[in-house]
Write a protein that binds this ligand. Structure first.
Ligand code: HEM
Length: 126
């Protein structure tokens, strides 16, 4: 193996880290009254793949990020439920807290938050 620098996704622990974070993260989101109404019509049991896609993306992993898909996936939430910056901030906060509980170093958490930021305008449809 060559000594290349590990990607953020790898530094966080790769797929195992994503799996560990999925349950904690979504439990937090669903119990957060600032944002849980957005998930009222979402079948969370069927969400595993989407949750993994979310976190792999946030971790800078191998998923192909598509701004168009993020825009499309959240458009109805913006239009019908008024999804805005405050809700986006709450999701990022829950993500950071999840990673803190998993003892991820603060410097890596900041990198994750920065990647999440890159999706903000697409998620919020602007
Ligand atoms: C870091 C920013 C975000 C990322 C990376 C992200 C990622 C995703 C992904 C990958 C999907 C699945 C798309 C699909 O395959 O259909 C999704 C759907 C969804 N997201 Fe997000 N999201 C973000 C922010 C938010 C925020 C701020 C909210 C609301 C507070 C939200 C609520 C939802 C809901 C309700 C769905 C639809 C679930 C369903 O199909 O019922 N997301 N998101």
């Amino acid at each position: 193996m060559s000594e290349t620098t590990a990607t953020l996704y790898e530094q966080l622990g790769g797929e195992a880290a994503v799996n560990a974070a999925v349950d904690i993260f979504y439990r937090k989101v669903l119990s957060d009254h600032r944002i849980n109404r957005f998930f009222d019509n979402t079948d969370m049991d069927k969400q595993a793949a989407k949750q993994k896609a979310f976190l792999t993306m946030a971790f800078g992993g191998p998923n192909n990020y598509s701004g168009a898909d993020m825009r499309q996936a959240h458009a109805h939430l913006v239009k019908k439920l008024g999804l805005d910056d405050s809700h986006f901030d709450a999701v990022v906060e829950n993500l950071a807290t999840t990673l803190q509980e998993l003892h991820v170093p603060q410097a890596l958490i900041q990198q994750v938050a920065a990647i999440a930021e890159t999706t903000r305008n697409d998620v919020l449809g602007r």
